[in-house]
Write a protein that binds this ligand. Structure first.
Ligand SMILES: NC(=O)c1ccc[n+]([C@@H]2O[C@H](COP(=O)([O-])OP(=O)(O)OC[C@H]3O[C@@H](n4cnc5c(N)ncnc54)[C@H](OP(=O)(O)O)[C@@H]3O)[C@@H](O)[C@H]2O)c1
Length: 220
């Protein structure tokens, strides 16, 4: 059985992706900070016949993140797909002229250090499987910085650069790296903006291995 690890597994895109990959026979490792919430999501998935377990970790704490991925691998098997989609904190989104250097520590730990730690932890699994997919999920400020969301704009730029470099470095090893840009609010009432529709995109990125960057909708 293949395993997907979803880092930033909440009730939105996280759960929807878990269902989508679960439908294809994947076991699902759910990773976010709150074990009780993860247990509830895992129970929901198991009730629908998907093998799922929650492993609590904070992406800003490298030891907790590598520990969760290690335990997930021991319990569910080698990780073939990694999704990095934790939801950034509101405090990362300050106007540019109100942002001091210290305000960037959180967003950079969250989007850059966490992403690098997670990718490095799963690449050996993918190499031994001789296949893999790493999916990064970001809002529009990853490609068009927003003056009122300075921390995420700066940190997503770093995450985007890392993801793009990783794409090029791993392409010859049958490991696809992709980035999904979502330029709208998820579940804002439009069918195409639902978690389920986003999960379908993520499945297609894994299955079809197209371009590095995919837009859930064109930027306006
Ligand atoms: N929501 C939107 O409208 C929107 C718009 C554009 C793009 N996006 C992107 O789409 C993706 C999914 O968004 P979503 O709203 O559907 O999220 P979701 O899957 O419902 O949940 C994401 C989870 O990330 C976890 N998280 C936050 N900080 C974390 C940390 N430091 N360490 C570990 N986990 C952490 C949170 O759980 P805990 O608090 O329990 O840790 C949260 O439940 C994200 O990449 C987001 O940036 C979202």
């Amino acid at each position: 059985m293949s395993t997907i690890a979803i880092i930033g597994a909440g009730s939105g895109v996280g759960l929807a992706t878990a269902r989508r990959f679960g439908r294809e026979g994947f076991a699902v490792a759910l990773i976010s900070r709150n074990q009780a919430r993860l247990d509830a999501l895992a129970a929901e998935l198991r009730a629908d016949g998907v093998e799922a377990q929650g492993f609590a970790a904070n992406v800003r704490d490298a030891a907790s993140l590598t520990g969760a991925l290690e335990t997930a691998t021991e319990q569910l098997g080698l990780i073939e797909v990694l999704q990095y989609s934790p939801l950034p904190a509101k405090e990362y989104m300050r106007p540019v002229l109100e942002t001091v250097a210290a305000d960037l520590v959180g967003p950079i730990e969250f989007s850059v250090y966490g992403a690098v730690t997670a990718a490095r932890q799963v690449i050996p699994s993918m190499r031994s499987l001789r296949r893999g997919t790493i999916l990064f999920v970001n809002g529009a400020s990853a490609v068009r910085p927003g003056a009122r969301v300075t921390g995420t704009s700066v940190a997503f730029a770093g995450e985007s650069a890392y993801a793009s470099l990783l794409h090029d470095a791993l392409a010859d090893e049958n490991i696809h790296v992709g980035q999904l840009i979502i330029p709208f609010g998820i579940d804002d009432g439009q069918e195409s903006h639902s978690g389920t529709a986003i999960a379908e995109r993520l499945w297609a990125m894994h299955a079809e291995r197209g371009e590095f960057r995919v837009y859930a909708e064109p930027l306006d």
